[in-house]
Design a protein. Structure first.
Length: 134
């Protein structure tokens, strides 16, 4: 778990540059760190969340995702919700939206096991130092 808790450094992007809230890393960076430290993992969509838009009809706005991860020799199941930024933007398909929501949910599942948690905690992040002391 120590390796998962280490902050991303050079890969962090400013959310304000991309119109996002807070700093972030790309989905691919989170996926690579998960694979590098934990190996292949299981992923299962529990539920796709839809909202009705007056012009677009039924629109995918989120997903509940479950990841199965082997951490320190123990298999763990983590569930999280991912959402779609600007789900009603024209030109997007529900498939595109589902991919966006899944990427967000993977990042949130990873955060639950320490990976990328510093992006959510900001100045209150201490997990990496706490684990080093043990």
């Amino acid at each position: 778990m120590n390796d998962l808790a280490k902050p991303f450094t050079s890969l962090v992007k400013s959310g304000s540059d991309a119109g996002k809230f807070g700093d972030y890393v790309e989905h691919s960076a989170v996926n690579q760190r998960l694979l590098a430290h934990l190996g292949p993992f299981d992923q299962r969509v529990i539920e796709v969340v839809y909202d009705i838009h007056p012009d677009l009809g039924q629109v995918c706005t989120g997903v509940i995702l479950e990841l199965g991860l082997r951490i320190d020799g123990e298999y763990r199941m983590i569930q999280e919700v991912g959402d779609v930024e600007h789900p009603f933007r024209k030109g997007r398909t529900n498939g595109d939206r589902l991919k966006m929501a899944t990427s967000d949910a993977i990042k949130r599942c990873a955060m639950r096991v320490g990976l990328g948690l510093h992006l959510y905690a900001q100045n209150d992040y201490f997990l990496d130092k706490l684990l080093e002391e043990k």
